[in-house]
Design a protein around this ligand. Structure first.
Ligand SMILES: Nc1ncnc2c1ncn2[C@@H]1O[C@H](COP(=O)(O)OP(=O)(O)OP(=O)(O)O)[C@@H](O)[C@H]1O
Ligand SMILES: [Mg+2]
Length: 261
């Protein structure tokens, strides 16, 4: 594999929504591990589980939170009190998580007003952090688009395969139909090499330029790495379990590019 291509920094805002068209492309894995990378760079970070139907950040991290978004929606706790701290690793800072509740059904049935209230609460809470990562559900349902539109910037996770690229384009189109100023950045995941990553980013960029009239910023690429599955299976952060892995190296690079923007 050739060397990592040199890239300019991508200026992205404090509240970053991590989105995709197709499911299973690595949003949750990237959300928690980017959060860890930002924390290692000295930022105070919150990860918010915005996958309202199938929340699973707690599972990904192997934590058993006392309260979560469902407790907030039911009025039992305030948003700020539903935050759970996560220890980053032996020699680096941790970050906070606001978990959802998988399979409870409560969060998938939220009204537009309730989603708007959560988005407003998150905007207020974000003032106490340097970075908020909002892990979204896949697809273009209205709660997901509403949460995406509430973020400062959206990062669309894409893999180098036609279904992922087509669905990412559909997501971007729907987001811009709701918010015409949105210019979501592209993050290629599980790329088999830099050539493949570039191909996926270039294909999607051309479609955005030709049909939507804007050029999406490129947030970078994370290589496909067997160590990811091992870290996920063991409910550990990749940089803690496999600090020398390609995926850990690439995620740290993406975080540095975004931070220096
Ligand atoms: N860079 C990578 N290399 C290898 N495998 C990866 C990589 N990124 C993610 N994966 C694998 O993909 C699986 C699915 O990732 P994840 O759950 O983060 O996807 P998702 O986009 O959040 O899914 P959903 O749309 O269901 O929320 C992970 O459990 C992991 O095994
Ligand atoms: Mg997910």
């Amino acid at each position: 594999m050739s060397a990592v291509p040199a890239r300019a920094p991508v200026p992205l805002g404090c509240v970053l929504a991590i989105a995709s068209g197709k499911g299973g492309v690595g949003k949750t894995f990237l959300s928690v591990n980017l959060a860890h990378a930002f924390a290692q760079l000295g930022e105070r970070v919150l990860v918010f589980d915005g996958d309202l139907g199938l929340a699973n950040i707690d599972v990904q991290l192997g934590i058993a939170p006392k309260s979560d978004l469902a407790s907030v929606v039911s009025g039992r706790v305030e948003l700020a009190d539903a935050v759970t701290p996560v220890v980053g690793g032996s020699n680096d800072g941790g970050f906070d998580v606001l978990p959802g509740r998988s399979g409870s059904g409560v969060l998938s049935a939220l009204s537009a007003e309730e989603v708007a209230r959560i988005a407003a609460g998150l905007a207020a809470l974000s003032l106490t952090y340097d970075r908020v990562i909002l892990d979204l559900a896949a697809g273009v349902d209205s709660a997901t688009l509403r949460l995406a539109a509430s973020a400062d910037d959206v990062v669309v996770v894409v893999q180098d395969e036609p279904t992922s690229i087509t669905d990412a384009y559909a997501f971007i189109k729907c987001l811009r139909a709701r918010d015409d100023g949105a210019a979501p950045a592209l993050l290629i995941n599980a790329a088999d090499g830099w050539t493949q990553a570039r191909r996926a980013a270039d294909g999607l960029t051309r479609a955005c330029e030709q049909f939507l009239g804007f050029t999406p910023p490129h947030a970078g690429a994370v290589r496909r790495d067997d160590k990811v599955r091992d870290a996920v299976r063991n409910q550990e952060l990749i940089a803690a379990r496999h600090p020398q892995s390609n995926a850990a190296e690439d995620i740290a690079k993406v975080a540095r590019r975004i931070l220096r923007g």
